[in-house]
Design a protein around this ligand. Structure first.
Ligand SMILES: [Zn+2]
Ligand SMILES: [Zn+2]
Length: 261
């Protein structure tokens, strides 16, 4: 399994992309930045998007991926016609009613036609596993102000976990502890410690609250933990606070990372 970081930040600034991870070549976890990070051919290889939740920093580029895909179709390319968007049923509802509603953005689930659209919305329920392109993906509920799931990703006998945006939570750590061959985790670490209240009400972690969460992880210290969703304008403070914890096998992701499992 190959996990390419397209964006790993919880804010958008020059040089800092919003959250998006590409698994192998065809599966996206969240869609904050694929059209900024991938050329057209690589965008065109995407067949599935797993959406953790409907905050804009995780969905915005579904709009531009769909737009680019429609131009590709008009140019006569016939393969990879559709992008299947997998998310909780309540999130699919938000995407349909509040985003692809022909007011904010065209309804690409009916373009170019309802029978052969660019976007296909596929509900995935909590704890349900979906297999796409040889990868098994399970949605695991986490703690955020809107319905949100992290994902357990499995290929062959290897597992990986992405918590998505979360504050203090339980189930995803139980799932992590139950995996026989877990190769790593991507974990929320959004705000510096001084913003603990803001992190708590907005469903995110700070270095200190992230360290409390990691105490629930049996394999911590043996398996790499990668931090994401850092607010770019506070990156210097966050970096020094994470370093001062002296925790093993823990580091912040960067946009050039590619994880090979
Ligand atoms: Zn976010
Ligand atoms: Zn969020």
């Amino acid at each position: 399994m190959r996990i390419k970081v397209l964006g790993c930040y919880g804010g958008q600034l020059l040089g800092f992309h919003l959250t998006s991870f590409l698994i192998n070549d065809s599966i996206l976890l969240d869609a904050g930045s694929p059209t900024e990070a991938l050329d057209l051919e690589d965008q065109f290889a995407i067949r599935h998007i797993f959406v953790s939740h409907t905050h804009l920093d995780h969905i915005k580029d579904i709009a531009f991926l769909a737009d680019n895909r429609s131009l590709k179709r008009l140019s006569g390319v016939d393969s990879n016609r559709q992008i299947i968007v997998h998310s909780l049923p309540e999130n699919i509802d938000v995407l349909r009613k509040d985003f692809f509603n022909n007011r904010v953005w065209p309804d690409f689930s009916r373009i170019p036609s309802a029978s052969d659209p660019i976007l296909v919305f596929e509900p995935i329920h909590a704890d349900q596993t979906v297999e796409v392109d040889g990868v098994r993906i399970t949605a695991i509920p986490v703690n955020h102000p809107v319905p949100c799931t992290g994902f357990l990703i499995e290929e062959d006998d290897k597992q990986f976990i992405y918590t998505a945006d979360t504050g203090s939570t339980e189930r995803i750590w139980e799932i992590a502890n139950a995996q026989p061959n877990l190769k790593g985790m991507i974990v929320d670490c959004s705000f510096p410690n001084a913003y603990e209240n803001l992190a708590s009400v907005s469903g995110h972690l700070t270095p200190n609250s992230m360290a409390v969460e990691l105490a629930k992880f049996d394999k911590f210290g043996k398996i790499p933990v990668y931090l994401y969703h850092m607010k770019p304008e506070t990156l210097d403070v966050l970096t020094s606070e994470v370093e001062s914890l002296f925790l093993p096998h823990l580091r912040m992701l960067t946009q050039v990372d590619e994880l090979l499992l």
